[in-house]
Write a new protein. Structure first.
Length: 191
């Protein structure tokens, strides 16, 4: 049973990162993530170009008022620098499920922050929000992200064949999920 909705925007503290509600003031720190070609490829984000910062400020500034999703900034504890975002969205209250996504600015990967941030927000989803299922999609050319998801306990459910057209090539996406009973067994330390 869902014990809460997404109106409460928590701060979640780990050893290397803090997740806190994202704000419009985070836009300058997140801008490199939103404009980097490699980040766009790994997330399958077509469009590119130079985003309108006023639009971004409005978007990020409105996240705190959303009651059907949770958008948190990932802050590196040692430096206090905003290095990414972690999001629970597409909430399905009737089925106790939602989707998950995470993204980092260039240069902020490979230091365990993604794994810890994923554990923190997924744990919050199960332990506080009372969710039953959290799912995601990861593209075949992003094995580093898939490895993080597997370490935390996400299980591959199937493949969306040719789900993305990127630079003239078709790329598969793997659908992965983690269920509350699995989380309760390993608390995000599946591997």
């Amino acid at each position: 049973m869902i014990r809460s909705d997404f109106r409460t925007k928590p701060t979640l503290t780990g050893e290397v990162v803090v997740l806190r509600p994202v704000t419009a003031d985070d836009v300058p720190a997140l801008l490199p993530m939103l404009t980097d070609p490699e980040v766009a490829r790994l997330t399958g984000s077509h469009g590119g170009g130079d985003p309108d910062q006023a639009v971004l400020r409005e978007w990020y500034g409105s996240r705190g008022a959303q009651d059907g999703r949770l958008d948190l900034a990932v802050v590196e504890r040692g430096s206090g620098r905003v290095v990414g975002e972690a999001v629970l969205n597409q909430w399905d209250a009737d089925n106790g499920s939602c989707s998950f996504r995470i993204c980092f600015v260039p240069g902020a990967v490979g230091r365990g922050m993604g794994t810890e941030a994923t554990r923190l927000i997924v744990g919050y989803g199960f332990e506080v929000l009372g969710l039953h299922r959290i799912s995601l999609e990861v593209y075949a050319f992003n094995p580093r992200a898939r490895r993080v998801y597997e370490k935390v306990g996400f299980v591959a459910e199937g493949v969306l064949r040719d789900a993305l057209l990127w630079d003239g090539e078709r790329v598969d996406a793997t659908v992965m999920s983690i269920l509350r009973p699995e989380w309760e067994r390993h608390r995000g330390r599946a591997q």
